[in-house]
Design a protein around this ligand. Structure first.
Ligand code: UD2
Ligand code: MN
Length: 576
């Protein structure tokens, strides 16, 4: 029955400073069944989103540990085994000050060893899996702009400490015009001494993460490119499950499960293994619960690779040649945003596969807001990237994006002819094909009669979600023609929907609520009579009527009576 947004992030678990969480019992179900969106779109004001070393690797890892310059300091340091760091009361001011530098608790990060230990958070059955003996080599590409020293180097050390050396070709750091001294020569000198070949590339001017990754990719000598953000921690056995999928099929793009490193305490918190990537009308990436049909396809094996409609974007492996065959990245995209959905649609529509390998787990520091500048304006840049994405890949469904978010029409996509030519050359399938075959649970309905405002003939007001949330009454207000809360789709399934909300009436006398769309008809089924202009609720046989004077902004159900207050016009300025 459709998909459900994953409730509330992990914040609750971290609130009580004095509470000692028993971290050896990491429960995949409970701890982060969470992450509304795993921190994606931090800038749009959207809510975002064990036992140590396993036997097989113990000797290898110990050896690596002795090569680490910080190993002697790591024992007894805060944060070991992924535990939260507690900042002493007299350091709270300093903590707040340092938080601003990167929008995470830098003081905490600086207290933790670069080599900190983590629990083995994998599902029990992952530990005994056999992978092909001949896996491809990979190069790790990490791009950063003004990253903190300790998060960057902890990312690097976690790769070195937890990847089989034979598979690790090199680590490529791409400095995207950072303005911090320590990321200059000091960084180069440091990485020169690492036990794995590591080097720093630098963009000439600020290029944004997309073009920075393209620069990194050019220098890859491994067979597979693995991208990571600069504030990650890889856990035991993270790499093999990614590479193994590419051996199976070189057109597979594979992501780990992205666990959460708390931006407040740096605690390592496991994420749910039953979420996949989706997106809403505004093209924000979101985590949703994996639908039953995909669970069934995997024979309910929680360790089997999971096909996901979209990826978060930062952490994935891809065959190097395939990366270029499939069109690498859109060079016309700036700074941040959009490239993850662009690549997701492209991979699926052009013959590839996008998966999450649940036995691969990598932590990432999700931030609530962005620490760096967006030269040219945050909204402008994200809208520009999204415009490129929708113009090339979304076909007719781009209207959901533009209607819902009319401000985005002002953004210029620039010249997308190369990307359209790529789509032709690769003979990619349509967005309809994607919705039908990859993502039938999408919030963008496959077939719909109407998309736009719904205006009452008598009051001239429009149905309006009023920005309310789930299970609240639908409202109506002055028709502003600005989309957003006043845009509804009337779908072939006879839903009246706005993003993930559907008009829903549970009884003939009760209110008309906005409820998470379940795609099963029932209380969410409405018949629009284009003659009478009625919106008739199938289950109760009643008609939607304008708000009364007592409750001025809440339309309700009443017996159908041919009054003007029951006439609703679906004929807005929007294209449909
Ligand atoms: C998520 C992705 C991120 C990217 C982004 C959409 C994860 C965990 N993260 O956002 O990889 O796909 O969505 O674009 O899936 N950076 C630069 N130059 C810039 C801006 C950023 O090099 O101009 C670096 C930055 O230092 C970081 C990486 O790019 O290492 C990703 O940026 P982020 O961490 O701010 O993005 P995040 O995790 O919010
Ligand atoms: Mn990140």
């Amino acid at each position: 029955a459709g998909e459900y947004d994953v409730e509330q992030p992990n914040a609750e678990r971290l609130v009580d400073d004095n509470q000692l969480v028993n971290d050896n019992e990491i429960n995949t179900e409970k701890s982060l069944d969470a992450e509304d969106s795993a921190g994606i779109a931090p800038i749009m004001g959207q809510g975002f989103v064990s036992g140590g070393i396993s036997m097989t690797y113990r000797s290898v890892v110990l050896k690596k540990w002795f090569q680490a310059p910080t190993v002697r300091e790591s024992r007894g340091k805060p944060g070991e085994m992924g535990k939260p760091v507690k900042i002493p009361a007299d350091m709270k001011d300093l903590m707040k000050e340092k938080f601003k530098e990167n929008q995470f608790n830098l003081l905490a990060s600086d207290m933790i060893s670069l080599n900190r230990s983590l629990t083995d958070v994998r599902h029990e059955n992952c530990r005994h899996k056999h992978y092909p003996s001949k896996l491809p080599t990979t190069s790790i590409v990490i791009v950063f702009h003004n990253e903190a020293w300790t998060t960057l180097l902890r990312t690097v050390w976690s790769v070195i400490n937890r990847s089989p050396r034979s598979l690790l070709k090199e680590i490529i750091l791409v400095d995207d015009a950072s303005e911090r001294d320590f990321l200059g020569k000091q960084l180069e000198d440091y990485v020169a001494k690492l036990p794995v070949r590591t080097f720093v590339l630098r963009t000439e001017k600020r290029s944004g993460l997309i073009r920075a990754r393209l620069l990194g990719a050019e220098h890859v000598t491994g067979e597979v490119i693995t991208f990571l953000d600069a504030h990650c921690e890889c856990t035991e056995g993270w790499l093999e499950p990614l590479l193994a999928r590419i051996v199976q099929n070189r057109r597979t793009v594979v992501c780990p499960i992205i666990d959460v490193i708390s931006d407040e305490t740096f605690e390592y918190i496991t994420a749910s293994d039953s979420t996949w990537g989706g997106f809403n009308w505004k093209l924000n990436f979101r985590w949703y619960r994996v639908p039953q049909r995909e669970m069934a396809r995997r024979n309910n094996d929680r360790t089997a690779p999971l096909r996901t409609p979209t990826m978060a974007g930062g952490l994935f492996s891809i065959d190097k040649d395939y990366f270029y065959e499939i069109g690498s990245y859109d060079e016309g995209m700036d700074i941040w945003g959009g490239e993850n959905l662009e690549m997701s649609f492209r991979v699926w529509m052009c013959g590839g596969l996008l998966e999450i390998a649940p036995c691969s787990r990598v932590g990432h520091v999700f931030r609530k807001s962005t620490p760096y500048t967006f030269p040219g304006g945050t909204t402008e840049i994200v809208n520009h990237n999204n415009a490129r994405l929708v113009e090339v890949w979304l076909d007719d469904w781009k209207e959901f994006y533009y209607s819902f978010y009319p401000g985005a029409r002002k953004a210029s996509a620039g010249d997308v002819s190369d990307r359209k030519a790529l789509r032709d050359r690769l003979q990619c399938k349509s967005f309809r094909w994607y919705l039908e075959n990859v993502y039938p649970e999408s919030l963008m309905p496959l077939d719909y009669y109407y998309l736009g405002e719904i205006r009452n003939a008598e009051t001239e007001t429009c149905l309006d979600t009023m920005g309310r949330k789930y299970n609240e009454k639908v409202g109506s207000s002055y028709c502003h023609g600005l989309g957003g809360n006043q845009v509804f789709a009337y779908t072939k399934r006879q839903q009246i929907m706005s993003d993930d909300l559907c008009l829903d009436a549970a009884s003939s006398s009760g209110p008309v609520n906005m409820v998470r769309c379940h795609n099963m008809g029932g209380n969410q089924e409405w018949v629009y009579d284009a003659e009478e202009k009625w919106i008739r609720h199938t289950n109760t046989g009643q008609c939607l009527q304008r708000a009364t004077r007592d409750d001025a902004s809440t339309p309700l159900l009443r017996p159908c009576n041919y009054s003007k207050g029951q006439q609703w016009l679906m004929e807005s300025k929007f294209k449909w």
